[in-house]
Design a protein around this ligand. Structure first.
Ligand code: C5P
Length: 246
């Protein structure tokens, strides 16, 4: 299969599996097609750096989906460690506030200076999709509209020097309008038309997400649970490849 590097860069594969052997198999088979492998808390809390070292050993990028949220000093040190560990992407909760996000950027910068490498992609999680309007109103006693609040947090993340945010593709356009074209948007909830929806509610096809402005697509079960992950990936490449902007 011919690899279009512009497409590859956008593909972030979510390694949400129980077992490190399954994760390694996915990395082995898919690393030629995947820009970045996402290691989430499920895998990281079980296998720690073993899976990260495996991905790095294939010269592939990894995204440590660690969602830091603590006082600025702790986040600064943790961010430095994450980047020293080799992460090309990591994330923090925007609800940690401006100072905390600035600390994350500072920590990452220190690590890059030590390693003499380019800065990583640092993303802010604005609002978890599990936080509904009802939770905002009834549990937190915040009466702002949940999507307005997410945009406000995206602007805060931009002001803190973050690279971008994690957001639904349905919100990508609004975020770009508020934060500028260069501010990156990484979109989960991606489902090609031929795949199952699973537990995702607000889904978009890869093509639609890119049309809305997504810079990175988090793709998980549509590929990892497919009978042939490589064929599934090929179909995604074909679909995205139809776009004129690529
Ligand atoms: O398998 P699927 O494509 O649904 O995987 C989506 C990935 O994106 C998972 O790792 C999930 O934790 C992550 N994610 C999400 N929705 C968000 C933020 C992250 O599905 N709002």
């Amino acid at each position: 299969m011919q690899i279009n590097e512009n497409i590859k860069e956008k593909i972030v594969l979510a390694l949400d599996v129980e077992d490190i052997e399954d994760a390694r198999r996915l990395v082995d088979r898919l690393h030629p097609y995947v820009g970045t492998f996402k290691v989430g808390l499920q895998l990281y809390t079980k296998y720690g750096n073993a899976i990260i070292d495996y991905i790095s050993g294939k010269n592939a990028n990894f995204f440590l989906d660690i969602k830091l949220h603590d006082i600025p000093n702790t986040v600064e040190k943790a961010s430095e460690n994450v980047v020293l560990r080799g992460a090309n992407f990591f994330n923090v909760h925007a609800t940690g506030g401006l100072k905390m996000m600035e600390a994350a950027v500072r920590g990452a910068k220190k690590a890059c200076e030590k390693l003499q490498k380019n800065p990583p992609v640092i993303l802010a999680v604005t609002m978890l999709t599990s936080i509904s309007q009802d939770v905002m109103n009834d549990e937190f006693d915040i009466n702002t509209d949940v999507s307005q609040f997410a945009i406000r947090l995206a602007v805060l993340a931009k002001n803190a020097g973050m690279t971008g945010v994690v957001a639904s593709s349905l919100e990508a356009k609004k975020i770009k309008e508020a934060c500028g074209e260069d501010f990156k948007v990484l979109c989960p909830g991606i489902r090609p038309a031929w795949s199952t929806k699973d537990d995702q509610k607000r889904i978009a096809t890869p093509k639609f997400a890119i049309e809305q402005g997504a810079d990175y697509l988090v793709i998980g079960r549509a590929v990892t649970q497919a009978e042939s992950p490589i064929e599934a990936m090929q179909k995604i490449y074909d679909e995205i490849g139809e776009l004129e902007c690529l």
